[in-house]
Design a binder for this molecule. Sequence first.
Ligand SMILES: Nc1ncnc2c1ncn2[C@@H]1O[C@H](COP(=O)(O)OP(=O)(O)OP(=O)(O)O)[C@@H](O)[C@H]1O
Ligand SMILES: [Mg+2]
Length: 364
Amino acid sequence: MSTLSIGHTVDENPAPVHLDARRFNRHTFWCGQSGSGKTYALGVVLEQLLLTTELPLLILDPNADFVRLRETLPTAGKAEADHLAALDIRVFRSGRGAEDAVRVRYLDLLTASKAAVLQMDPVRDADEYNVLLHSEEDTPWFDTDELLRSLRDSGDVTRAQLAKRMENLQVLEWDLWSRGGSSVNDVIDERPSATILDLGGFAHPAEPKVAALAVLEHLWSRREDRQPILVVIDEAHNLCTPEPDTAVERRLTEQLVQIAAEGRKFGIWLFLSTQRPSKIHPNVLSQCDNLGLMRVNAPRDLAELADVFGFAPEALLRQAQGFTQGQALFVGSFITDPTFVQMGSRLTEESGGDVTVPLRQSAR
Ligand SMILES: Nc1ncnc2c1ncn2[C@@H]1O[C@H](COP(=O)(O)OP(=O)(O)OP(=O)(O)O)[C@@H](O)[C@H]1O
Ligand SMILES: [Mg+2]
């Protein structure tokens, strides 16, 4: 069976709705305003992909919403619970002291990405850049004490400058570095059923971005292996902005644009979720063949969606203004006809979810 059971049609006689699992060999865009139910609906589809396919998932999870994807709810059927329990689902957390931590090797980054992490330009900062390149040969680790000490004690002005840069940026202190240990890329290379990277707990704002960059860059470098993987990015505007501010953001957007344009034939497929289409680079959006649209109020956003997704009739898109939570329009290659759907229930535990307003006892 290659159909994903995701909910029911929104009409007087609700009928089950299925997506064609085989069409996740295209890029998918998920859109809706805050609270419209994107993350919940994403969970419904990911559960079905796990139950129905052997397509490995890589989930870049900015709010630890998917870290309980292994844990079924009591309402799930026994067969589904048993199936999910038997899958190889790896969860990596971020933040100080996390046990299974999201870690990558600095040395595995491409030179341009290393330079981006250190906010270094190969021309403007030619001397420091050169030292960095060569110091890697002498010091095969990237470790707070050793590296800084060796640079400072060298008696060389440029080396001392590089040490100062690293110290000022506090980049050596990041929890992200594996410091000689293993990298999440080692696990992703094994293609578990799902690898979930919770990116929300890092202390430094650039860390989740560098984590994503390290993983995407690695996938791309091994694209010729043609080992399929679905890269799911919730709140994708964080990683794929059309207006990058930093060198790391620029590298990330470039990498995602490249995957959007060429990843399909290597089996690297994207599944991106965000609130507004304009927050994602247009060259990525225009490569998406599947659209899941939840409530969107802003006419400007709907007009842009109609513009980019020529296969989605504008009159249908406009109805997204009237959607209630959990309603969605599905259009594109993964569904036969454009369909309005009331999403089904999750089978596994949600971790995020809304925070409720504390009410006075008498008002409850
Ligand atoms: N189909 C649904 N059934 C039951 N609860 C739902 C459904 N969809 C959403 N919810 C609940 O509504 C709240 C908001 O949903 P969700 O977090 O998926 O929104 P979102 O579109 O991802 O918002 P944001 O853009 O702010 O992340 C959550 O608490 C979620 O549990
Ligand atoms: Mg969300």
